[in-house]
Ligand binder design. Structure first.
Ligand code: PMP
Length: 285
């Protein structure tokens, strides 16, 4: 079992030097990415990830030159070649390689690269929850596109780590409203209502978020409200949690130095956590 990459139609070692100097992903962050979870040797919810990939490409006017079947085939060839059964696959598609000019180049082909790494579910952390840092959202206004430009997210995450927190929860300063985590969606529970930011240009439509909203919350007969809220409101919530492909449903036990609820993972959060794991288990048998 070892991490492996895929580049230009072949399986490669992760440290192979293969990116062209003038690849636009490398120079402008001009591309998109996806990260998919592998459970028991199977891709979880690949269709939803590929749908979001296609949407990101369309929004950036990058031509779509790979079919779902091809992308799925490359995912499974990496799983097979690496021997990794529990892991994650990252892939990115850049606009291509051309002399460095800001405007779109003509006659270039988008470039796909992909890799697989082992990943285990963070069950111990999921059982106790994490502390989150609060920080202004300094990103651009198209956070709905899963673009390679992640500097706002990177700086927020590092500020969280510097403050000994696991994740940064960001808020837009103009309206004092929480958007999302630096690499996760953010939820609170107040009086048994689950709140999260609505889908618009200010957040990424997380696949884990979609699975909760479309599949799990209705099946558990819980109440969801897609409405933005302030950091102060969140700090007074009964429960809070973050979601992502790698974290699944991760309880948040403190936010910006304030303890959430009784400082332990909440009951509704734990219900969602269990239901999500069960779904992954069922689909990737
Ligand atoms: N928001 C941001 C900014 C992210 O980077 C991620 C993780 N890619 C998410 C939300 C969660 O998305 P998903 O559930 O698809 O992993």
């Amino acid at each position: 079992m070892r991490p492996l990459g895929f580049f230009d139609g072949r399986i490669v070692e992760l440290d192979e030097k293969i990116v062209a100097m003038e690849d636009r992903g490398h120079q402008f962050g001009d591309g998109i990415y996806e990260a998919t979870r592998i459970y028991n040797g199977k891709c979880f919810q690949l269709k939803r990830h590929l749908d979001r990939c296609v949407r990101s490409l369309r929004e950036l006017k990058i031509p779509i030159v790979y079919t779902y079947e091809e992308l799925e085939e490359i995912h499974y060839s990496l799983i097979q070649a690496s021997g990794i059964t529990n892991g994650f696959i990252y892939f990115q598609i850049t606009r291509g390689t051309a002399p460095r000019e800001h405007g779109f180049p003509k006659n270039v082909i988008p470039h796909l690269s992909m890799f697989i790494r082992p990943m285990q579910t963070k069950t111990e952390l999921q059982a106790v929850g994490v502390k989150c840092f609060l920080t202004p959202d300094q990103r651009w206004l198209r956070c709905d596109i899963k673009s390679l430009n992640l500097l706002g997210n990177v700086l927020a995450k590092q500020a969280a780590h510097d403050a000994k927190c696991f994740e940064a929860v960001m808020y837009r300063e103009d309206k004092n409203l929480i958007t999302e985590g630096s690499s996760s969606n953010f939820f609170i529970v107040k009086d048994e209502v689950i709140w999260t930011h609505p889908i618009n240009n200010l957040i990424l439509k997380g696949i884990t978020r979609t699975i909760l909203l479309e599949d799990i919350i209705p099946s558990l007969n819980l109440t969801i409200l897609e409405k933005a809220f302030s950091p102060e409101f969140a700090q007074k919530a009964d429960e809070a949690f973050i979601t992502s492909t790698s974290l699944e449903v991760m309880p948040v036990i403190s936010l910006g130095g304030k303890i959430i609820g009784d400082g332990k993972p909440g009951k509704i959060t734990q219900k969602l956590q269990r239901a999500y794991r069960e779904k992954a288990h069922q689909e990737c048998k």
